[in-house]
Design a protein around this ligand. Structure first.
Ligand code: NAD
Length: 427
């Protein structure tokens, strides 16, 4: 098996859990094959008059428990196998966290940073036209993922509503508030990760105060996670994104300043010093340093958080990880070989399908509010999110105890049992 092919990895994870659960072979066949895969060509005219053709994908993995649901990713490495795996993980995640959705995912093979806003809007609207037959509030509901955001979701609502002739905010989640978005959706995945981690530490009898954390990825998920963790008393000592990162053993105190600096300069490297933006290289006395995007995972910290892309923890760096806990906020960050090494080394891995499910929980709340014409307060959203994350974390821990499994294996067992029984809770 090619361990970095996420779809092959997903299939192997499924096979292992199915064996333990003695899953009916027909169910296994259903889950081993997505219901539908779609690939569309997207020719657009760039601002300079040049014609460029992009490829877009939507995979509808499974809708046994409800409409397909999952994000849209814009990235130069998006390909069908990646989207298939991400769609499958959504089926599992939605069942673990118990929202009434199946799994889907989509994306376009594009580096959106190379396009103007007008080009990106045109590309998004063309993609919406090409998949408009298969999406819809009770069919398939996309959401933001890597390099997509509320503005892009807003363009999809506009285009889809125009195509079907009625205002249809519930066709996507993660929209801007003025287009029917939910309070708390932007923070949801990061905050959900914090609720999950706190519930896990409580189970383990560990006091979180002062625990050190290194985070790879400082986008939607990583930045909110960092801020909420800091509020809870964790010390964020390292941050990295695609262009490198910063490490301050005493803790990065002003995360807003780092964010502002990143927006201004496009780089995290050199984005920290107390109270102002300055270059770490000139501030040796802070005892901080610039680090690479990869080395952030190997720092001497209590908790490491991959919050960027898949396959970043492999057999090569798993033996070098010093943290005792890995909180998987990215989807599929750990290869199977790495997983085995981490298990052997007794490093606790809180799996993606549990840890990052806060995003889809609040997506569910958003969809529910759209369909019932409601607008919940942020406090209500956060308290319902907390309840969901704690409940799922407790169940995954007790399942792991019962079957003497890893948390990942336990999460798959919880999900598959729910898929087989088609059960879910009401909002
Ligand atoms: P984003 O586009 O907002 O941010 C991605 C971050 O990853 C950026 O800081 C980018 O610089 C960084 N990055 C990219 N390549 C990197 C590399 N090679 N090394 C280090 N950093 C790199 O995306 P996001 O929404 O924050 O998503 C991050 C991860 O979380 C993805 O795996 C996504 O599938 C997952 N996720 C997102 C949500 C959500 O609601 N947005 C929910 C659940 C899971």
């Amino acid at each position: 098996m090619n361990s970095t092919n996420p779809w092959q990895r997903a299939l192997l994870q499924l096979k292992t859990a199915a064996k333990q659960l003695k899953l009916d072979p027909l169910r296994l066949a259903q889950l081993s094959n997505p219901d539908r895969v779609i690939e569309v060509s997207l020719p657009i005219k760039l601002d300079n008059g040049e014609i460029k053709v992009f490829q877009g994908y939507r995979v509808q993995h499974n809708n046994i428990r409800g409409p397909y649901k999952g994000g849209l990713r814009y990235h130069q490495n998006v390909n069908m196998d990646e989207v298939k795996a991400l769609a499958y993980w959504m089926t599992i995640k939605n069942a673990v966290i118990d929202v009434p959705f199946g799994g889907g995912k989509g994306g376009i093979t594009v580096d959106p940073k190379t396009l103007s806003e007008k080009e990106l809007e045109g590309l998004t609207k063309l993609f919406t036209q090409k998949i408009s037959d298969i999406i819809g509030p009770d069919k398939d509901i996309p959401a933001p993922d890597v390099n997509t955001n509320p503005k892009i979701m807003g363009w999809i609502v506009d285009e889809y509503s125009q195509i079907v002739g009625v205002d249809s905010p519930a066709v996507v989640t993660g929209k801007p508030l003025d287009k029917g978005g939910s309070e708390g959706r932007a923070e949801a995945a990061g905050l959900g990760g914090v609720f999950c981690l706190l519930a896990a530490l409580k189970k383990l009898g560990i006091n979180p105060q002062g625990m050190t954390v290194a985070i790879q990825g400082f986008g939607n998920v990583g930045s909110f996670l960092a801020k909420f963790l800091q509020k809870e008393g964790f010390s964020i000592v390292a941050l990295a994104d695609s262009k490198g990162g910063i490490y301050i053993p005493d803790g990065i105190k002003d995360l807003d300043e780092v964010e502002r600096c990143k927006k201004q300069t496009g780089l995290l490297a050199g984005c920290y010093c107390i109270g102002s933006v300055c270059d770490l290289k000139n501030k040796k006395k802070l005892d901080g340093k610039n680090i690479s995007s990869e080395s952030v995972l190997e720092l001497p910290v209590d908790i490491v958080v991959p919050a960027a892309l898949e396959n970043v923890i492999t057999y090569k760096n798993a033996p070098k990880i010093k943290a005792g806990i890995i909180l998987e906020m990215a989807n599929g960050p750990t290869t199977m070989e790495a997983d085995k090494i981490l298990n052997r080394r007794k490093i606790l891995v809180i799996p993606d399908v549990l840890a990052n499910s806060g995003g889809v929980v609040v997506s569910f709340f958003e969809w529910y509010q759209n369909l019932h014409d409601k607008a919940w307060s942020k406090d209500k959203v956060f308290s319902k999110l907390k309840e969901k994350m704690e409940k799922a974390t407790d169940l995954v821990f007790s399942t792991a105890d019962k079957y003497k499994n890893s948390l990942r294996e336990a999460a798959y067992l919880v999900a598959l049992e729910r898929i087989v029984n088609k059960s879910y809770e009401k909002a």
